[in-house]
Ligand binder design. Structure first.
Ligand code: NAP
Ligand code: ZN
Ligand code: ZN
Length: 350
C-alpha cells in the first residue's frame, strides 16, 4: 500500500476536509497516475451530501481525473511512465456480462465499480480524484491526445463530456438535426459544444437569461429562456432530440411539447427527487419518448476524447484550490460557475 492524500466528506452535513488514506500498489495490469487536475461534477456534491442516499463515508469524490503516469504494471502495453492519462467515472466492471462485452460498462449487469463511492452493490469503498494519486486497471484508463497546455480544461470531458456525447451519438445527432440542450451548467455547456461539432442546429434552454451571450459564444444557434411561455411556444414540435441536464426536479411538459413527432428527450440530470409526472398526451399524440442515459463506456469515452481533440473542444473552466472546494459547491448550487470548476491538485499540499 502507498500513502495518498486528498479531501473527503466525513458525513453528509460536514464540509470536505483534508484526509489521508492508502492506495494499493500497482498490480501487473495497473497504472498509477499522479493526479494533476480534477473536475468538480454536480454528482460529487450529490454524493458528498448523501442526496442519493447511497454514500459510503469517508467519501473522496472526483471522477474527472487527468494526470501523469508514474508507474505501470508488467502487463500494461498502452501506457508508459510519463504519459498523460485520464480516468472517468468507471474503474472496473464484471467484464463478462452482455453490456461489458459490448463495451457499455456503465450498464454492467453486475454493477460497475465507480471511481468513487465503491461498487454500487456492496464491496469496498473506492476513493476518487480529489487526491494526489490513483491506481487503476489500464483497461479503464484513457489516452489524452489534447495539447498538454489544455490539460486542466480536458478534465471535465471525463464525465461532463462523455455524459452528453453518449446520448447525442446514440440518438444519431448530426447535420440536419435540431437539438435542444436544457440547462447551461457543466454538462450543458459540453452538450452545446459537442452537438454543434456534430453538425446539429442547437437550441439552448436556460432558466438564466444572463447566460444568453455565453450560450451563443459556446455554439448555440438559439437561446430560449425556459420560463418564458411565448419563447417556449415558438419552439413547439420542432426539435428532433433534447438532452436534459438539469440537476433539480422540474416540469418536463414544456420541453416535451418542443419535440417533433417521434422526438426523444434523454434525461441525464439526476435530481434527488422525481420530476412531476409528464402529461401522457404530450407523449401519445406525437409518439414522443422520454429516455435516460448514463455516462458512457470506456471505448466511447476514448472516442469522445479523440472527437474533442480533433474539433478543438475543451471545457470552459475556473481553476480552484483544493481548499476552496466547499465554497465551490455553494457557488455551483447558485449557478455561479462558468462552466466547470477544476481543482489544481498542486494546491493540495501547498
Ligand atoms: P451544474 O453544473 O450544476 O448544472 C446544472 C444546470 O441545471 C444549472 O447550471 C442550471 O442551468 C440548470 N438548473 C435549472 N434549474 C436548476 C435548479 N433548480 N437547480 C440546479 N440546476 C438547475 O451540474 P452538472 O455537473 O452539469 O450536472 C447536472 C446533473 O447531471 C446533476 O444532477 C448530475 O448529478 C447529473 N449527472 C448525471 C450523469 C449521468 O450519467 N446521467 C453524469 C454526470 C452528472 P441554467 O442556469 O442554464 O438553467
Ligand atoms: Zn460526473
Ligand atoms: Zn458487466
Amino acid at each position: 500500500m502507498s500513502q495518498a492524500y486528498g479531501y473527503a466528506a466525513l458525513s453528509s452535513d460536514q464540509p470536505l476536509t483534508a484526509f489521508a488514506f492508502e492506495r494499493r500498489e500497482p498490480g501487473p495490469d495497473d497504472v498509477r497516475i499522479e493526479i494533476l487536475y480534477c473536475g468538480v461534477c454536480h454528482s460529487d456534491l450529490h454524493t458528498a451530501r448523501n442526496e442519493w442516499q447511497n454514500t459510503l463515508y469517508p467519501s473522496v469524490p472526483g471522477h474527472e481525473i487527468v494526470g501523469r503516469v508514474t508507474a505501470v504494471g508488467g502487463n500494461v502495453k498502452d501506457f508508459k511512465v510519463g504519459d498523460l492519462a485520464g480516468v472517468g467515472c468507471i474503474v472496473d466492471s464484471c467484464r463478462s456480462c452482455a453490456s461489458c462485452k459490448e463495451g457499455e460498462e456503465q450498464y454492467c449487469e453486475n454493477g460497475f465499480t465507480g471511481t468513487y463511492n465503491g461498487p454500487l452493490f456492496g464491496g469496498e469503498n473506492t476513493y476518487g480524484g480529489y487526491s494526489d494519486q490513483i491506481v487503476v486497471d489500464a483497461k479503464y484508463v484513457l489516452q489524452i491526445r489534447h495539447d498538454e497546455a489544455q490539460l486542466a480544461a480536458v478534465a471535465p470531458l471525463l464525465c461532463a463530456g462523455i455524459t452528453t456525447y453518449s446520448p447525442l451519438a446514440h440518438w444519431k445527432v448530426g447535420p440536419g438535426s435540431k437539438v435542444g440542450v436544457v440547462g447551461l451548467g457543466g454538462l450543458g455547456h459540453m452538450a452545446v459544444k459537442i452537438a454543434k461539432a456534430m453538425g446539429a442546429h442547437v437550441v439552448l434552454f436556460t432558466t438564466s437569461p444572463n447566460k444568453r451571450d455565453d450560450a451563443l459564444r459556446l455554439g448555440a444557434d438559439e437561446v430560449v429562456v425556459s420560463k418564458d411561455e411565448a419563447q417556449m411556444a415558438a419552439q413547439g414540435s420542432t426539435l428532433d432530440f433534447i438532452v436534459n441536464t438539469v440537476a433539480a426536479p422540474h416540469n418536463l411538459d414544456p420541453f416535451l411539447n418542443a419535440l417533433k413527432r417521434d422526438g426523444t428527450m434523454a434525461l441525464v440530470g439526476a435530481p434527488d427527487q422525481p420530476h412531476p409526472s409528464p402529461g401522457v398526451f404530450n407523449l401519445i399524440l406525437k409518439r414522443r419518448s422520454i429516455a435516460g442515459s448514463l455516462i458512457g463506456g470506456i471505448r466511447e469515452t476514448q472516442e469522445m476524447l479523440d472527437f474533442c481533440a480533433r474539433h478543438g473542444i475543451v471545457s470552459d473552466i475556473e481553476t480552484i484550490r483544493m481548499d476552496a472546494i466547499n465554497d465551490a459547491y455553494e457557488r455551483m448550487l447558485k449557478g455561479d460557475v462558468k462552466y466547470r470548476f477544476v481543482i489544481d491538485m498542486a494546491t493540495l499540499k501547498a
